[in-house]
Design a binder for this molecule. Structure first.
Ligand code: GLU
Length: 418
């Protein structure tokens, strides 16, 4: 089980944040009780026929947290550490995230307890199709819409769409993050990373600081970390460190991000790039820098290392990278945390743009996608900032308070508790 501080399961850690925000908005106990728990939890055992002919049983989950503001929405991850507590926590985060950026979705998350690196492509496809089949009666363009997450990509989404469409008829809107040839939206893939940069830039503007020359260390160089590094480099920030599972790269003067991307696209591991110093993941988290962006799996900043963090700002590009204990320590040390539910909301916002084009069967130009993304994320930051001023709270407290207010209102007015 993935644990937070004091052996706190992930979903309890998220509920702690929720409780703090519920206190801020003086939410009734009845409503708290309703919003802390997921509406539905699906746990399945997926039989996967291996290439050897053997069957391997794999555990899969889909947790549907809340759909009062729209269909359940959230990614599916494939990772050996996936468990129900983590998927629950991540589903809950999706509910608040979609409400904070005010898009018409609820929150859900899925996970399969597997290291996809251990499977061949045909095995991965068989597993994905079987998982889809097992949860398909609970999916749908107006019911529950999966998307990519850790270790899942456009190809996996294409299999889910195909399997679902086999029974329901052509249904591109049942998943987002699809390949462009199947109704995917140009811009969706880098939307999470780009969104994180818009949120950071808006934060800096409000504090009369600028992105140009800022030193940013990024933990993780997958879909999110890479897009973020690229955009920061393009805008003149100094990306001083990046890392992935193979190791990390460090250059206090700023890394040459395009060359690192070329290196990886050529099929080489990140840590074999020679034009930078090596650095390990733990040291990266404690580097002297302006912004530290955890963009891999959470939680990585805990009570054990929070006192060592030297960044001025923590930009939560990953989901739940900072435990509640670490969050308190960082606050005491005057380090601002820009919370995940705001920072990485660009991904699901991009998913909304893809879904809306699918259901209208009308495609947008790429420029419109990016402009809408920028407008919505900058607005969401400004709303959170204003709310934090009003409540004298952290940005996380304010973000949760906004999300909670919107979800509670929809839940109440729909008569869920009657
Ligand atoms: N997996 C992403 C997230 O955690 C995107 C979810 C989506 O687009 O539905 O926000």
């Amino acid at each position: 089980m993935r644990m937070g501080d004091s052996e706190l399961p992930a979903h309890e850690a998220v509920n702690l944040y929720l409780e703090e925000a519920a206190d801020l908005i003086e939410l009734s106990d009845e409503m708290r009780g309703a919003l802390e728990r997921p509406a539905r939890e699906i746990a399945v055992q997926i039989p996967v026929r291996l290439d050897t002919g053997e069957i391997r049983m794999v555990r899969g989950y889909r947790v549907q947290h809340n759909d009062s503001r729209g269909p359940f929405k959230g990614g599916i991850r494939y990772h050996p550490t996936v468990d129900l507590s983590e998927v629950r926590a991540l589903a809950s985060l999706m509910t608040w995230k979609t409400a904070i950026v005010d898009i018409p979705f609820g929150g859900a998350k899925g996970g399969v307890e597997i290291d996809p690196g251990e499977l061949s492509v045909p095995e991965l496809e068989r597993m994905t199709r079987r998982f889809t089949l097992m949860i398909s009666s609970d999916l749908g363009p107006y019911r529950d819409i999966p998307a990519p997450d850790v270790n899942t990509d456009a190809q996996v989404m294409a299999w889910i769409m195909d399997e679902y469409s086999d029974r329901a008829g052509y249904s591109p809107a049942v998943v987002t993050g699809k390949p462009l040839s199947l109704g995917g939206a140009p811009g969706r893939e880098r939307a999470t990373g780009l969104g994180a940069v818009f949120v950071l830039d808006e934060f800096l503007l409000h504090h009369h600081l600028q992105l140009i020359g800022s030193r940013v260390a990024i933990q993780g160089f997958g879909n999110v970390g890479r897009a973020m590094a690229w955009e920061l480099f393009r805008r003149g920030a100094r990306v001083t460190a990046v890392s992935d599972v193979t190791g990390g790269l460090h250059d206090p003067g700023g890394l040459d991000v395009p060359s690192i991307c070329d290196h990886i696209d050529g099929g080489a591991p990140l840590n074999t790039f020679t034009d930078a110093d090596p650095i390990d993941n733990d040291t990266l988290l404690t580097l002297e820098c302006d912004v530290l962006a955890p963009a891999a799996l959470g939680p990585v900043i805990t009570s054990d290392n929070a006192a060592e963090v030297k960044a001025k700002v923590v930009l939560e590009a990953a989901n739940h990278p900072v435990t509640p204990g670490a969050d308190r320590l960082l606050a005491e040390r005057g380090i601002t945390v820009l919370p995940d539910v705001l920072v990485n909301a660009g991904g699901v916002t991009g998913s909304y743009f893809e879904w809306t084009q699918n259901i209208q069967q009308f495609t947008w130009k790429a420029e419109r996608f990016e402009q809408e993304l920028e407008d919505r994320l900058r607005l969401a930051y400004r709303e959170v900032h204003a709310k934090a001023d009003q409540y004298h709270s952290s940005l996380r407290g304010a973000a949760f308070a906004i999300g909670l207010t919107r979800v509670a209102e929809a839940t109440r007015i729909r008569g869920y508790l009657s």
